[in-house]
Design a protein around this ligand. Sequence first.
Ligand SMILES: [Zn+2]
Ligand SMILES: [Zn+2]
Length: 176
Amino acid sequence: METWKKFEQNVVSHSAAHHLMAISELLASNGYARVTDVARRLDITRGSASITLKALRERGLVVEDENKFLHLSEQGRELANLIQSKRKILITFFHEILGVPEDAAETDACKIEHLISEETGEKLLAFIKFLMSGSKKADELLKAFNNYQLECGDISSCHLCFDDCFLHDHDQDNVE
Ligand SMILES: [Zn+2]
Ligand SMILES: [Zn+2]
């Protein structure tokens, strides 16, 4: 099946991923997490948080104890950690390596943090670690990239763009 169709069957939805991360962050900062705390942190209604958390409980990712305090199961904790790591890797790559402004880097990382595979996350991590290693070759590469002028706009000589050049389309969109 094509990848885009599989998005529906992703391990967790984007919303669910943020619920898991919210619990993880609340446990780290406050030591406890209740439905109300999760709702407040995500800036959503208690009812909405409750529905998503119920589904996560049914899937064994979230556990609620007798006092209504929420915990992450081992699997839930692992999943939250993975998504948080990928989020951090993506923000670092977009902002610190590519030079995308921090706000935009965070927004874009947020959109894909729960979708990219562990394999891609790992390769990206290795690439970032190499670039930030301080080795002469890495510094030279970063410097060369920072001085590189993007040449794109002529589809006949462009190997990357599809049908019409990205930069070309992009510029036209911005002109409006
Ligand atoms: Zn997100
Ligand atoms: Zn192009």
